[in-house]
Write a protein that binds this ligand. Sequence first.
Ligand code: GRF
Length: 193
Amino acid sequence: MAQSTGPRKVKCAVFISGTGSNLKSLIHFSKKKKSPISINLIISDNSKAKGLKFGKIYKISKKVFNYKNRIHAEKKIISEIKNKNIKFIFLAGFMRILSKNFIQNFKGKILNIHPSLLPSYKGLNTHQRVIANNEKYSGCTVHFVSSKLDSGKIILQKKVKISKHDTAKSLAKKVLIQEHKLYPKAIRKVFNL
Ligand code: GRF
């Protein structure tokens, strides 16, 4: 089987705060022979994040940073990333806002996935707000991270139809299935594949 950590692959880090299902899908993607990336580092602000288990399962280094002081946390993260020669960062359910300085350090190298059709429904509790507004469609977006929340250049989006029986929970499930496909596709696009 092809190894995910071949030297031709670009080293990447994934930032998580929770379940890590997008992290898992990115790891699977990275292990494909033709994938342009390898995942070499998992970063979290939350020691209880369920997704950290994927570090153990797939033998990827994981690091938890205490975010009581963001400046301090980010300094440590930057040095960890530079030490490991990480070139791209994928945010996947990371619940912290990165500082302008951090984003400047990795300009054009940070991607995020958001569970709505941006620019609609930026921020938190997306699915609840979408359902409350009786929308017919929602979806997900992969975008570059800029200093304005959920506002960087859009790479790819996927639309999801909402049925009249959908709740915030059922919609979240539907959208998440698409997220797992969209994130790898967007990465391929960034790498011109
Ligand atoms: C996803 O819906 C993602 O779009 C949002 O947070 C959720 C993370 O899910 N930013 P998971 O941790 O990848 O399962």
